[in-house]
Design a protein around this ligand. Structure first.
Ligand code: FES
Length: 108
């Protein structure tokens, strides 16, 4: 297996309803994770792009939160409708999707 080009972490943390921190789980992170995994698999890129579930990435109110390595690019408010753009622009072409970048984190 070749060394993967990118690793995507998807926060699937769930908190009880009404928790003031909120969570990615209540914003559809399971669907985001499943959809992105399926996209990678269907396109035969499972050896190039790894998609992993993770617990809280500490930006709960901004979820669904994704982190992409090796670039260390973080996305906020990701929905399944955003995944095609992230997949094509960033995961395939290396161009982060500016409109979805996590605010208040300085990017180069
Ligand atoms: S619950 Fe997803 S970043 Fe905290």
């Amino acid at each position: 297996m070749p060394r993967p080009e990118r690793h995507v972490l998807v926060c699937l943390n769930v908190r009880p309803p009404g928790n003031p921190k909120g969570c990615c789980g209540e914003k559809g992170s399971e669907a985001v994770f499943d959809t992105l995994k399926a996209m990678v698999k269907e396109r035969g890129l499972g050896d190039r792009i790894i998609v992993s579930r993770t617990n809280c990435l500490k930006h709960c109110s901004r979820g669904v939160t994704l982190a992409v390595y090796p670039e260390n690019v973080w996305y906020a408010g990701v929905r399944t409708a955003d995944l095609e753009e992230i997949f094509q622009a960033h995961l395939r072409e290396g161009q982060p999707v500016q409109r979805l970048l996590m605010p208040d984190i300085p990017w180069e």
